[in-house]
Design a protein around this ligand. Sequence first.
Ligand code: AMP
Ligand code: GLY
Length: 423
Amino acid sequence: MNILLIGSGGRENALAWKIAKSPKLSKLYIAPGNAGTHEYGENVNINTAKFSEVKNFVIEKHIELVIVGPEQALVNGIHDYFLADDKLKHVPLIGPVKAGAILEGSKDFAKSFMEKYSIPTAKYKSFTLDNLNEGYLFLESLKPPYVLKADGLAAGKGVIILEDIAQTKSTLKEMLEGKFGVASNKVVIEEFLKGIELSVFVITDGKSYKILPEAKDYKRIGEGDTGLNTGGMGAISPVPFADKQFMDKIEKRIIIPTNKGLVKEGIHYKGFIFFGIINVDGDPFVIEYNVRLGDPETEVVVPRIKSDLLDLFEHVANETLEKAIIEIDSRTTATIMLVSGGYPESYQNGKVIRNLSHVDDSLLFHAGTKIDCKNIVTNGGRVIAITSFGDNISEALNKSLKNAQKIDFEGKYYRKDIGLDLK
Ligand code: AMP
Ligand code: GLY
């Protein structure tokens, strides 16, 4: 099969690494990819935001399957574009149609969907500038901290959690007046839930579903979960507290009703569903839906999938997922993300990355890298994910840490405590 993978992060590098192992692969193209995906296929410089460019490429290269990594193209309707085009409609695409992608594209939609299908989530109400005063009253009915969420996509920055009610009210007003552009024309205010988070991944063909390994992501820049939020500084899988009993609750209370809800709404969903879950005293609640895999979660989840990924995608395309068999490696994986100095605030690109060949016993998944005159240089805040296997978290983490020391670039920073809170 000729495959087109859309995206450029660590998630796509992990997917490219896995797809390249498949006996079903003829040729893999990654658009735009990075210096890491370059090892597993051909990086192509097409503007994937322009669906007509994707179309021309798919036809020219006889692409037989498209996998969409990030959410934006899905929310913008790339799958619908394929289905509406005579030349593309027979090319399967992994990722939901717009009506499904709205689960991530609109927090207000996601909350009303959960309410409709009795899926446990935080109590909420949505507001626009027209009913700002009611928003203030709703805030007064809640206890701090207060959670404000921009309805639309805001590059992962649209959630603000504040302690002080006066500050929350003024932030609510700023959001509704355009702090995040149109994404915050509507704001979801919700009750704060206290607990520990995990990411649960499901793949569905629109009929049945399979649960993939779960993971825990470490979002804060500083050790001990301190400092600013990032795209994710590391991850581990499996998650020790997600035992059978807890996962059964997630399946029964969250995954099954979500799947049934999608079917009932007539949303033909083919792709990944990423449930951001919070464990509140042993009970799972949905914090958010995403319509893609997580990053850096993919860097620990995909290596644990032993079975063939293209085979799984074919089952999704053919709507035979029920028959698919997914084999999971029981070992633990830990990934740590090397980031650019200054990230998640301002940082410099173009730093030469050295000693990549010194790494042993770990997998390297590039995130923000590119090739510049034969050198591999930094090209983003999150630079490289280092994933290792172990019999437990410490063993996996220590291997990744050893290799993190070896790789060198100016300003390199990483957290050394990924997973240690769960040991
Ligand atoms: P999101 O962008 O929806 O993933 O939200 C970003 C982060 O905000 C989440 O990963 C949680 O840590 C936190 N968060 C969101 N909603 C809530 C909530 N209702 N209660 C507590 N924390 C929350
Ligand atoms: N790691 C969280 C995300 O991908 O949204």
